[in-house]
Structures are given as C-alpha cells and as structure tokens.
Design a protein around this ligand. Structure first.
Ligand code: BF8
Length: 655
C-alpha cells in the first residue's frame, strides 16, 4: 500500500490538481480507491476459476521459484481443470466480453441505420453518400439509379444479418489481403457470425466444456476476429455513413475546456447517437437563450472517453479527458450534467457527484446506475431526447456552488484521421492512395507504423506509459496511429499538433509530416475505430512494395495502459491479423507458462503476429522497433534507411 501511495498518480497537471481538490473536498475517486483496494494477485495472473459453485478455485504459480512436477500435477481446480485450462478459459471469456460489447454497439448502429434508411427515423440522415456507395460495391448491392435510402436499406440489412449469421464467413473478411484470408481458413478461425462466436466462446468456457488450452485459444482468435472485422468494423462503417466520415479537425483537450460561466455538459461512453444530437441541439438559439435565462453565458459541451472521440472526430467538440478523468471532471464543481451512454462508466461517478451539484444522467436502456437519473434516449424522437437532457443540465446551473476550480490546462490537437483521410492526405484528392506512405517506408524516411491504443489504468502512472512509448516511437521515425484513451493521453501531451513533428519526431518522419502537413501521431477515433487501423494496414499491403500480407508490414501494435476486456479483444484481433502487439500494465495469463508461451511465441508461427508484455514503455517501444526492423530486413528495405540523407533536394522532392 505504501508503494501505491508513493507512485506518481499522473503526469497530467490537470489530473494532479483535481486529485488534490478531491482529497480536500472529501470526494473519493478511483485514485483513492486504488490505494485501498489492491488487485488480487491470483486473479491478476489468471489463476482463479469462478465458473462453478464448487469453487472459486485458486491455482497460483509458486512465487519466486520454478514449480516442481508434483506441484504442477496438483495445480488444478476441484473438477480437475488444469491451470492451463483455467488460464485459457479466463482469457477467452475476456475476449468474448469485449467482442460482445463492440458487437452490441455495432448492432445498435445497424438498427438505427436501417430505421433511418427506411424513413422510420427522420432526425438522422445519410451523410456520407460516397462511403455508402463504396459499401454497396463491397457488399454487392445494386446501385443503378436507386436512391441512397434504397441502397442503404440493402446495406443495412446485409450488415445487420452478420450478427446472427450461422454459417459461412463474415463478409468483411474479404477486405483483408488474400493471404490473410487463407491463413484464417487454414487455421479454422474465420468467424461465422458475430453473436455465434461470442455464444460459442461462452459455451466452450462453461464448466466441463472445452478443456484444451490450444483449442480454447483458437476460439479466442475466431471470437476476436468477429469483433475487428465484424462488430467494430460494422459500427465504424455505418456510423461514418450516418454521421459523416471524419476529416481533419482542430480542437482542444483536457479539463481546462470546461468554462466558468457556461453550462457545462459532459457526454461520456461510447455510442454516439444521443451525443450527435446533443451537439446539434446545444447550438439551438432557443436552448442558448434558455441557458442565459438561468444566468449562464451559454452552453459548453465536452466529451469523455470514446463518445468524446466520436464527436471530436466529426464535430470538433473538445474533450474534457480520458477514462481516469471522468470523476475528476465532476470534482471541478463546474459540471452541470455528466451524461453517460454505455461502457467504461465508473459507478463511482454517482458517489463523487454527491459532493457537488452534478447530475449523473444515464441514457441507455442497457446501462442504469443506482442513484443516477435515467433519461432514456429514444431514437425516434432524438431531438426531444437531447433537449430533455440539455434542459436538465441547464436547470441545474443555478445549483452550482462556490467550490469551483477548473484547471487551467488545455492542449490543441488535430484529429479526424480516418483511413480514407490518410489516403487523400498522402496521395492527394485526385490520386488518393497509400503509395506515398509505402514509398516513404520503403525509402526509409518512415521506419514503420505503430498502432498505440487502449485505456488508462490506475495501476500505472496515468498517461505516462503511453506518452513515453509514443515519444520514443516517433523519435525513431515510426508513424503512430492512435485511438481511444491512449490517443487522448498523447493529445494532452501535445503530440497531435503540426509543430510536434519538428519537436518530437525523428528527422525522416518529421520531413514527411512537414511536407504533407500532418502530426506525427494521428488520431483515428474511438476504440471501435481500431477497425480503421486494420483497413489502413490492408491498404498498405494492397498498394504494393511491402509484402503480400499484414504480417509482412513493418508495423506493430500496443496498448500500454490497457485495463478493459475490450482491449484484450482488440489485441487478439491485431495479433490474429498478423500484427506484433505489446501490452503494458499487467498480463492476465502469467499463471500458466504454456498459455503465455502459446500467445507470446507459438501464435507467430500460426498467424504471423504474436503477443508480448512489457510494462516499461521505452523497452516496449524498442521491442516494437526491433520487430519493425526485422520486417524491413525481410522485405529487403533495411539498407534504405542508411542511405537517407535529408538534403534540400530531397525535401523539395517530398513536397
Ligand atoms: O473503448 S480506451 S478506457 S473509453 S476501453 Fe474505455 Fe479503454 Fe477508454 Fe473507449 Ni476503449
């Protein structure tokens, strides 16, 4: 406990300031709970089985020494399940939970998309016609002279059908490089339906089900792929059609985006429908007038977690903070309403809100919190729902007390890099392509590409691990693609500005960023938008010169501060798609050497990608760079980097 108390809690000054204020105000946040509630070491290594009532059975590895063969034999649950089975089962259940969460998000989008297409919901419309037509082509939907809505009905029906599909393969698998599709088929892990894989994973892990860690982990690959190339990809694609495909947008991030003299509303969670509508309604002159009638100067909307990423990417709505800052936003004393939808919402919000005037408002039928006010979003009356929530926030403004302190910290950022945008930015409007990116990788100015994604985790110094890793990567000419709370950490650290290239990137990467006009760290959106990273990787393969599979690319993935089951699912579909992926913080299978070896070694033989675990961010960054260099060598482009001389002629040639 002493060690936890001494640990630096965050590198973000706004967070540190609010942790101190919370302590003064007697508000108990995650940072304090993490001191009093220690992680269970047996659960943390994946050695606790709680799937039947004869247990929970705890089968931890002996600490600090090798276990004897005798001990290993006895390391079983009451039913005889080995430590390997228990570990693999726990791991598969994490994957299933993550896939279910992203899948349920995707299903909800598909449902709303179809209602919009059929004209049953009037308040949303098809915003991105080009993307709709591309999807129609991908899915074999007739375009002809049909209306957008007619086409959208077919697209929506086909994609909604992917959740309950029982046989065959998910349709988006065909987007992957051909070689990758073959690997999946040979391994027998091509997902059939999204719900089917989750359901089968739960069945396999039920008491007395699958008891071979290798087949359990195969199911893990199939279930995770049903998320990356299924649930998440469907969510991203349909949201883009419905709300617009992101393009570069300027905004600001951190608690300093809250305003002293305005009604502050934070929208938090993951699904963007209500948030989209609140973003519109908050600009309604009548609502602003209503806010003014209560003594406020206006309405200030800010985001938290992945709902924030969604409305940042499409509307430039500023972000108040990432996962660990949700309670701290309330601690400012300046938030009238914390409006939440689904996922990553701490129950602690309600308790913290009791110390201030903030209303915690749940809005989704699937997420209720005791002590919060529930105002369910009705997609058929989206404007009305948004106005109701907004009005509740405005009515709460006069209740704001005197105990207000908004940290004076906010950072500029540029977000909005969908994989389509990267295409246009690098290739130009008339020859959109990944070729220039590939060429700059081949000629060595860019060493490789890394996806650094995932959460913030209170067991490590907030933002520190992610920011250190990303700085090390860009310093070594690795272009970084980000999503989720990891993206927010780097945005707060100033890595998502044009100036960051000169300040933090290596000379090669900086020269490309400056020529093209992009930051060295690109924000691709919410966690479901990790599917954009899969698409970007595929586009790089298809543009040529970097091998014929994702596993050939000089690329790597990481989630240095992960904490949610969704992160494990994302990692597993990265790895099963051929990407070397390093996680930090903690690793949930360390209780079984066999399972860990399978994930960290054997998976590379089977999928071309593998897991790794390294809590030290600099070491982890160098593991990624080593992997990137290994791939460069295999492609025969390792010598190119040595030849790169950044003279004026080459700089001119770049522009
Ligand atoms: O889905 S990054 S803490 S908000 S799980 Fe949650 Fe992690 Fe944040 Fe986004 Ni993703």
């Amino acid at each position: 406990m002493a060690e936890e108390k001494e640990k630096v809690k965050s590198i973000d000054p706004a967070t540190v300031e609010m942790i101190e204020k919370a302590a003064q105000d007697g508000a108990r946040t995650v940072f304090e709970r993490a001191v009093t509630t220690r992680p269970c070491p047996i659960g943390a290594e994946g050695s606790c089985c709680s799937i039947c009532a004869m247990g929970p059975c705890r089968v931890p590895l002996p600490k600090g020494r090798e276990e004897t063969p005798e001990e290993k034999k006895k390391r079983t649950g009451v039913c005889g399940a080995t430590a390997e089975t228990i570990s693999a089962r726990n791991f598969l259940r994490m994957i299933a939970a993550g896939a279910a969460s992203h899948g349920d998000h995707g299903r909800e989008v598909a449902k709303i998309f179809l209602k919009v297409a059929r004209g049953e919901i009037k308040e949303f419309e098809i915003k991105d016609e080009q993307k709709l037509l591309q999807l129609a082509l991908d899915l074999g939907v007739e375009i002809g002279d049909r209306t957008n809505n007619e086409i959208a009905v077919n697209v929506g029906e086909i994609l909604a059908g992917e959740f309950g599909r029982q046989e065959g393969e998910l349709l988006f698998l065909k987007r992957a490089p051909l070689k990758r599709q073959e690997i999946w088929r040979q391994m027998g892990v091509s997902p059939r339906g999204i719900d089917r894989e989750v359901s089968e994973a739960m069945h396999r892990t039920h008491m007395g089900g699958d008891q071979d860690y290798q087949t359990l982990l195969l199911s893990g690959a199939r279930t995770a792929l049903s998320d990356g190339w299924g649930g998440s990809m469907i969510a991203t694609e349909l949201q883009d059609v419905l709300f617009g495909t992101p393009s570069p947008v300027y905004s600001q991030i951190n608690l300093g985006v809250l305003r002293e003299d305005e009604v502050n509303i934070i929208i938090h969670g993951h699904e963007p429908y209500l948030a989209e509508m609140i973003a519109v309604v908050a600009q309604d002159p009548e609502m602003i007038k209503y806010a003014q009638s209560k003594g406020a100067k206006g309405i200030n909307l800010a985001g938290m977690c992945c709902t924030a990423n969604e409305i940042l990417m499409r509307h430039g709505v500023p972000i108040a903070g990432n996962f660990l800052q949700q309670e701290l936003a309330i601690v400012t004393g300046a938030v009238e309403a914390m409006v939440v939808d689904v996922q990553c919402i701490m129950q602690g919000l309600v308790e913290v809100a009791r110390c201030y005037h903030t209303k915690v408002i749940t809005t989704d039928r699937r997420v209720h919190i005791e002590g919060a006010e529930h105002m369910e979003f009705d997609e058929h009356h989206a404007t009305e729902s948004a106005k109701k929530v907004l009005k509740a926030a405005i009515d709460n403004y006069p209740n704001r007390g005197k105990n207000v302190r908004i940290p004076d910290h906010r950072t500029d950022l540029i977000a909005g890099f969908s994989h389509e945008t990267i295409n246009y930015l690098l290739g130009g409007v008339f020859r959109a392509s990944y070729r220039p990116l590939n060429e700059n990788i081949i000629n060595g100015r860019i060493r490789g590409v890394a996806g650094v994604v995932g959460c913030s985790n209170v067991r490590v110094t907030h933002d520190d691990v992610t920011v250190k890793m990303v700085k090390e990567l860009i310093k070594n000419d690795v272009l970084v693609l980000q999503t989720g709370c990891a993206a927010m950490a780097c945005a707060k650290a100033g890595l998502m500005t044009l100036e960051a290239a000169a300040e933090f990137a290596g000379e090669g990467l900086a020269s490309v960023c400056e020529a093209v006009g992009i930051p060295p760290v690109l924000h691709l959106g919410a966690c479901i938008d990790n599917s954009r990273i899969l698409m970007a990787a595929t586009a790089m393969v298809k543009d040529g010169g970097l091998g014929d599979d994702i596993s050939d690319l000089p690329a790597a993935g990481a989630a240095p501060e992960w904490m949610s089951e969704k992160a494990i699912t994302i990692g597993q579909y990265f790895v099963s798609s051929g990407i070397y992926t390093v996680f930090g913080a903690t690793w949930p299978t360390l209780g079984s050497k066999e399972v860990t070896d399978f994930l960290f070694k054997e998976m590379e033989n089977l999928y071309g990608g593998k897991w790794d675990f390294e809590p030290d961010p600099i070491k982890a960054a160098h593991l990624m760079i080593e992997h990137i260099d290994k791939k460069r060598k295999a492609l025969g482009i390792d010598k190119a980097r040595e030849r790169v001389l950044y003279d004026m002629a080459m700089r001119r040639e770049l522009t």
